[in-house]
Write a protein that binds this ligand. Structure first.
Ligand SMILES: [Zn+2]
Ligand SMILES: [Zn+2]
Length: 286
């Protein structure tokens, strides 16, 4: 069977004039799955398919000068990690407080090589994760500060309440880079003097430096749940049937005896394999 490639990409660029036409062309592509958001701010997407099919996707995007710097981050998967193919018109590429739209290209990006050098160097740096708590729990840079947020929009409140040194070099990162493109704008506005963002995010770092400064696995928003240090689909995590968050606990279901793949925080109250078993288990206990 031919290998499936999973690619993720974004570029901020005003595509309001062309996005409806793009939507038609992209939606017409066959044997591709994934999700693309076309917004007045630019494009944000994830797609899976054979190398040949993804070339067709890249060829459509290459027809638009708006995407001259689009950066595809690829990994492989034995099967499609997305259930369907959707191309949607949305207001924002990544949902955040209004008013933070990157317009310059390459706003304080640093390469994975430079990032690695800074993390292992002598100069004191603050490393800040811009992702959500269920993502950082699966893996993060060893020395990173975890703001423990539920959704990206809370990052803004975190900036107001945190007491990070604003005059020290601050390095921010996320999965593929798009969240940092917005976060950096607000951080600079709030007085952080030297902020840099990891170009291509964790995905690009792991491509160059597996098993180095990043610990654990990288959460991804598709059926793989996470990718490991080699960017292969996780063998360790699944989505807990009770809370929907990544879990890594295997046990025998307290009701039906089948294997239950759940998360640690649900284990005490719901040591069962499914929502259905959870329902009956609760009745049983009364
Ligand atoms: Zn759970
Ligand atoms: Zn069960």
């Amino acid at each position: 069977m031919e290998e499936i490639i999973v690619t993720s990409f974004y570029q901020f660029s005003d595509i309001s004039e062309v996005r409806e036409e793009m939507q038609k062309r992209l939606a017409g592509l066959e044997e591709i799955r994934g999700l693309i958001h076309l917004t007045p701010e630019g494009i944000n997407g994830m797609a899976s398919g054979t190398a040949e099919k993804l070339d067709e996707l890249r060829a459509v995007l290459a027809d638009y000068p708006h995407f001259d710097e689009i950066d595809y981050k690829d990994s492989v998967c034995p099967e499609h990690p997305f259930p369907r193919w959707k191309v949607e018109l949305k207001d924002q590429t990544i949902f955040y407080k209004e008013g933070y739209v990157p317009n310059g290209r390459n706003h304080s990006h640093i390469s994975p090589e430079k990032w690695h050098e800074l993390l292992t160097g002598e100069e004191p740096v603050t490393v800040l994760d811009t992702r959500n708590y269920y993502e950082t729990r699966v893996g993060k840079f060893r020395q990173a500060i975890d703001p423990d947020i539920k959704v990206f929009t809370e990052f803004s409140d975190y900036l107001d309440s945190c007491d990070l040194p604003k005059d020290q070099t601050t390095l921010i990162y996320c999965t593929g880079g798009i969240r940092c493109e917005k976060a950096i704008l607000e951080m600079e506005e709030k007085g952080f003097e030297k902020v840099y963002q990891l170009e291509g995010g964790i995905l690009r770092y792991l491509e160059k430096f597996p098993n180095q400064e990043f610990d654990g696995e990288c959460f991804v928003f598709d059926s793989r749940v996470a990718v490991d240090q080699e960017l292969a689909p996780s063998q360790k995590y699944w989505l807990c049937p009770h809370c929907g968050e990544p879990g890594d606990l295997k046990m025998d279901c307290a009701r039906c005896g089948e294997e239950a793949l759940i998360c640690k925080s649900c284990a005490e109250e719901k040591p069962v394999c499914s929502k259905n078993c959870a329902y009956h288990y609760k009745l049983q206990k009364k």
